[in-house]
Design a protein around this ligand. Structure first.
Ligand code: PLP
Ligand code: ZN
Length: 436
């Protein structure tokens, strides 16, 4: 028996959980999946124990870093319907001294969502999204994507036996992501336009064609993405950091994080809220701009940035993300492509690695420390959203100092030798002009 409902974030109209809706039929607003959490109030210890027990289980739904927390994601779900690849379970790294020094905070952690099965956080939302598609009897699923959503959807759809139809903005998707979508067997289509145009087409298609839409407007995706935060708190033994810093593109994560935090606080799993800072790329920063004037109006932009995953000018989850920033007394700002790429080089040099969009969280933390918003003694968790191998071309271009608008501060160039020992000696520590 499911006690959850769908509720519009604008007009508050409520709809039955079983209704196949993405947005509010009354006003077009975004929907929340609202769970009846009253039964868990005051029972946080019991819930923590349950989550700990599941860490020791070999059952697929217990091993999954999404479904382990199913009381907060899809209470009462019929477990037989769940489509899972054991997503989540990502490492929460302590930053190296060098990285902490670069950013300017003493206690920095990195939650690496690039360690998911398809290499990005998207798997956390796609597992419940495709599960819901199956529940709704869908035979085909569709999304517009800057690459990671499509890679994830392609994988989970194939696993569930569904046809996947993917719309990319032409020529603006990192090669690792296009390759994944094709490899997993999705029908992959380039649209002559940007991501925002592709998303418009998907919305129309899901209204008029018999196909289930899996962009993050779909509230079931965001339920899964909440577990980035729930799992991170679990790893920290429910000790709340001062800040969580996340890159912002379509703002699905920013939206999901606020919802997760408020629900965890309601139940008593955490005793206070951290502040959530959303970091956008300078050329794709409508949310950060709106934050500057306290969200009194919103203007979409034509987006441009080297961080293709967040090259989004009209973010779908804008209103839900406002809720996160307002309720957590958070922040929003933007960083240049130069800052993103230099921060990425530092994350990569730490041996951790990430794709460009992910490094926005690290670049943004550094900027907020310099501005005095984040204090050096505060505890910060940066979310890294995607794997270093998603965008190999940008790594080669940065370190080869071959990027039009970025002057690499930390190039690690490739060397060529004839093959003598004398030449090799030059590369030993303390010798030639190599990076270390
Ligand atoms: C690697 C990566 N980082 C960040 C984002 C932006 O996430 P959101 O749309 O939830 O703001 C995306 C979205 O595609 C992504 O793929
Ligand atoms: Zn409404």
């Amino acid at each position: 028996m499911v006690s959850s409902i769908l509720r519009c974030v604008d007009c508050q109209t409520e709809y039955a959980f079983e209704k196949n809706l993405y947005t509010c039929p009354t006003c077009g607003g975004l929907l929340d999946v609202v769970h009846d959490l009253a039964a868990w109030k005051g029972r946080a210890e019991e819930l923590r124990h349950l989550f700990n027990e599941r860490m020791r289980s070999w059952k697929a739904v217990d091993r999954s870093g999404v479904w382990r927390y199913r009381e907060l994601i899809a209470p009462g779900i019929d477990e037989k319907l769940i489509v899972t690849r054991g997503e989540g379970n990502t490492t929460l790294y302590d930053a190296t001294d060098a990285l902490s020094l670069y950013v300017g905070v003493n206690r920095l952690q990195l939650k690496h969502e690039g360690e998911n099965p398809t290499g990005s956080f998207k798997d956390r939302g796609m597992s419940p999204g495709v599960t819901r598609a199956r529940q709704m009897g869908a035979t085909a699923v569709i999304c517009a994507s800057t690459g990671n959503t499509s890679a994830s959807m392609a994988s989970f759809a194939s696993l569930a036996g569904l046809r996947a139809l993917i719309l990319f903005p032409e020529g603006k998707v990192a090669v690792g992501k296009v390759a994944q979508s094709i490899a997993y067997g999705a029908v992959s289509v380039q649209v002559r336009g940007d991501f925002d145009a592709a998303l418009e087409l998907v919305r129309e298609a899901s209204d008029k064609l018999p196909i289930y839409m899996l962009n993050s407007i779909n509230p079931f995706r965001l339920e899964g993405q909440k577990t980035i935060i729930i799992e991170m708190m679990h790893q920290r033994n429910w000790q709340v950091p001062d800040w969580i810093v996340v890159p912002g593109g379509n703002l699905g994560n920013s939206a999901a994080f606020g919802k997760a935090l408020l629900e965890m606080q309601e139940i008593g799993l955490i005793d206070r809220l951290p502040r959530v800072a959303v970091i956008q790329a300078e050329g794709a920063a409508p949310f950060a701009k709106a934050f500057e004037h306290e969200f009194d109006h919103f203007e979409p932009v034509r987006a441009e940035t080297v961080a293709t995953a967040i090259r989004i000018g009209n973010p779908a989850s804008y209103k839900k993300a406002i809720r996160t920033v307002v309720k957590t007394h958070g922040w929003a700002t933007s960083v240049s492509d130069q800052d993103i790429m230099d921060a990425k080089a530092q994350v990569d040099f730490a041996g951790i690695g990430c794709e460009p969009a992910s490094a926005a969280s690290v670049a943004g933390t550094k900027k907020l420390v310099e501005q005095g918003v984040i204090k050096p003694a505060e505890e910060v968790v940066c979310v890294l959203t995607g794997h270093v191998l998603k965008d190999p071309q940008v790594v080669i271009d940065y370190h080869g100092q071959n990027m039009p608008n970025v002057d690499a501060k930390f190039p690690n160039r490739m060397h060529t030798i004839y093959g003598t020992l004398d030449e090799l000696v030059e590369f030993l520590p303390g010798n030639a002009a190599v990076r270390l």
